[in-house]
Design a protein around this ligand. Structure first.
Ligand code: ADP
Length: 635
């Protein structure tokens, strides 16, 4: 490791970000302290976890965060005895490599051109917290020594595009960040806050970081003694109550406190949509405080995203971040903490997965979250719809993962339907069913607009039935599992035999099929393996042809989804249904009766099949041949 001072450049994105911090953000500068305290608290968490495995990393004194103020030189210093960083980590984390958070933040800014007041509150969400120190300081020095290392590192920058890194002697493990505070400028106006003033720091800590579980300490000067013997003494005071919010009684917590806590743990800048705060006594004793966000995070559907956003504590001690097994996968956007009294402190990650205590907590919490969502669905349709647009796609996975909540998830799911009034629940769908409708009908495909044009809707339209139009990939999977709801069968309109004809139609069709059996056989022969069967349709009223999936087979939509997900697909030939009353099919019949299996008949068979494919948005197997046939027809 080199010992000399290195001068390095910030990466372009980081530079832009710093520039923005320094020049465009005027309001709410105070949040820099929240960001730095949050980093310090994370560093203490990490050291505590590591120390469980390696006694060399144990704390030499109590874990704590300290604020030091030097009014004369206008420096504010934040010190923690957390895990610290190596030189390489400092360079990687704070400087050269703009992390993905920074990049996303800059992209978002460019796209949305957020207003001044929103900017600072967006900062935390993107993991650009440390740089916010440059909002208040014109020079920042970070000194850090990693737990288990001998030497420390000193990093310094004036936020001007470069920073220096050098080795430094530090007698204790942890991180200290010294900020040389800027002087008041005109831009500050009345907003000016003197971050060296005790009361200002107290207020900021109370406002944003009261629940941080480590003491945030500061030395203050106090007068002591009687009138003539007054003298100034220095006392160390703790600025935060340190009381984890979830341990407090619900009725003592204000909405603002809940919201700040949510923002602290989620890095979201908006208020939460809903919360569940539980204190459970009984066979299992625990507290839980979880929040349902309002805003969809960027990486919601990213498969590399963590599978949980709930942290596990045991008796107020942080055990694991993003602990799987506390929330089902379909609620992976729920953010919060669970604090158990029953688990041992040294519970290992491996055993956590199958832990019965956790499984019980998960079940109860899931039920509660679904309950509050249901409440919102009933009382605040507009708000729920907005929420649903953000997270519905993920929640619907719960219909597929049959973990005992299929019915509950289905109840809070909104579906697009042929009804124009907006998405509906299945209960609403059932309530609106006309007399005689026995089942729930759906059609799944790529998008709502194409679906609304599908030939498969014809029979439903004729009967006045509403149809669910499903266009999320997850719908196909969910509906494979969901065969019925409230005793009503759930049926895909483009699959298997539809039993929707009335008796006289059926008789007529069957008679016709018998009479024209040679025609149906001839079409099948022409199309060979491209279709599995050719028959007269029970579902078409206006269109000449449709392709139908056999009852056990994958629909064309599911094949498409699997292909897009690069999954192996075994294509199954589908059934070609002809509408015997359509002039086009009548023409086909005439040609066949006059010419038999002529080449014209063969071409018409191909045209009809191709038309059915084009109509549903599928590719025609031999487009050049299809195009040629159409050209011939036109000539
Ligand atoms: P974020 O905290 O959102 O990841 P920051 O820019 O604030 O983004 O910090 C970048 C990284 O630097 C952190 O993820 C952490 O690894 C490291 N870091 C920041 N502050 C500290 C600290 N006080 N102690 C140890 N590591 C820290």
């Amino acid at each position: 490791m080199s010992t000399e001072t290195q001068t390095l450049e910030f990466q372009a994105e980081t530079k832009q970000l710093l520039d923005l911090m320094i020049h465009s953000l005027y309001t709410q500068k105070e949040i820099f302290l929240r960001e730095l305290i949050s980093n310090a608290s994370d560093a203490l968490d990490r050291r505590r976890v590591k120390a469980l495995e390696d006694s060399n990393l144990e704390f030499e004194s109590e874990p704590r965060i300290r604020i030091e103020v030097d009014r004369e030189s206008r420096t504010l210093t934040l010190i923690d005895n957390g895990i610290g960083m190596t030189r390489d980590e400092v360079i990687a984390n704070i400087g050269t490599i703009a992390n993905s958070g920074t990049r996303k933040f800059m992209e978002e800014l460019r796209e949305n051109k957020a207003e001044g007041a929103e900017l600072p509150s967006m900062i935390g969400q993107f993991g650009v917290g440390f740089y916010s120190s440059f909002m208040v300081a014109d020079r920042v020095v970070l000194e850090t020594r990693k737990a288990g290392e001998e030497k420390g590192t000193r990093w310094a920058s004036e936020g001007d595009g470069t920073f220096t890194a050098e080795e430094s002697e530090l007698d204790s493990v942890g991180t200290r960040i010294s900020m040389h505070l800027k002087a008041q400028t005109e831009e500050d106006g009345d907003e000016f806050q003197d971050f060296t003033a005790e009361w200002v720091l107290r207020e900021i800590v109370r406002k944003y970081s009261d629940f941080v579980e480590y003491p945030i300490e500061m030395d203050v000067e106090r007068e002591e003694g009687e009138d003539d013997e007054k003298k100034m003494v220095t006392q160390t005071v703790t600025l935060n109550s340190q009381k984890p919010l979830w341990t407090r009684a619900k009725d003592e917590i204000t909405d603002v406190e809940y919201a700040e806590f949510y923002k602290h743990i989620s890095h979201d800048w908006t208020e939460p949509f809903e919360k569940v705060h539980l204190a459970v006594e009984g066979t299992s004793v625990y507290r839980a405080l979880v929040f349902v966000p309002k805003q969809r995070p960027f990486e919601l559907l990213d498969p590399n995203r963590s599978k949980s956003n709930v942290d596990l504590y045991v008796k107020r001690v942080h055990i694991e971040s993003e602990c799987e097994g506390l929330m089902p996968l379909w609620l992976r956007f729920v953010v919060g903490v669970v604090d158990s009294e029953d688990l041992p402190l040294n519970v290992s990650r491996e055993t956590l997965q199958q832990n019965r205590v956790l499984a019980q907590i998960k079940k109860r919490l899931t039920r509660k979250v679904v309950e509050v969502l249901k409440g919102r669905l009933e009382e605040d349709r507009a708000g729920y719809l907005e929420f649903w647009n953000s997270f519905g796609q993920v929640i619907k996975e719960g219909i597929y993962f049959d973990d005992g909540f299929q019915k509950e998830v289905t109840e809070i799911t909104l579906f697009n339907t042929t009804n124009e009034e907006g998405p509906r629940t299945l209960d609403e769908y059932i309530a609106a069913m006309p007399e005689g409708q026995k089942a729930i009908y759906y059609l799944a495909g790529e998008d709502k607009e194409t679906l609304a044009q599908s030939v498969h809707l014809e029979i439903a339209k004729k009967l006045g039935y509403e149809v669910l139009l499903l266009s999320d990939a997850v719908d196909e999977f969910a509906f494979q599992k969901l065969n019925e709801y409230e005793g009503k069968e759930i049926i895909a309109l483009d699959k298997g035999d539809l039993d929707l004809e009335d008796d006289s139609d059926k008789e007529e069709r069957e008679a016709k099929a018998k009479e024209l059996e040679p025609l149906l056989a001839a079409v099948k022969e022409e199309l060979e393996d491209a279709v599995s069967e050719v028959r007269f349709s029970t579902r078409l009223t206006d269109s000449p042809v449709a392709l139908v999936t056999g009852s056990g087979a994958m629909t064309a939509n599911l094949e498409r989804i699997m292909r897009e997900a690069r999954q192996p697909v075994t294509e199954t030939a589908r059934v070609l249904e002809l509408n015997p009353t359509h002039p086009l099919i009548e023409r086909l019949m005439t040609i066949h009766s006059e010419e038999g299996d002529s080449s014209r008949f063969a071409d018409y068979c191909d045209l009809i099949h191709g038309q059915a494919l084009v109509r549903e948005g599928s590719a025609v197997p031999h487009p050049e041949h299809f195009a040629k046939l159409i050209a011939q027809l036109m000539m």
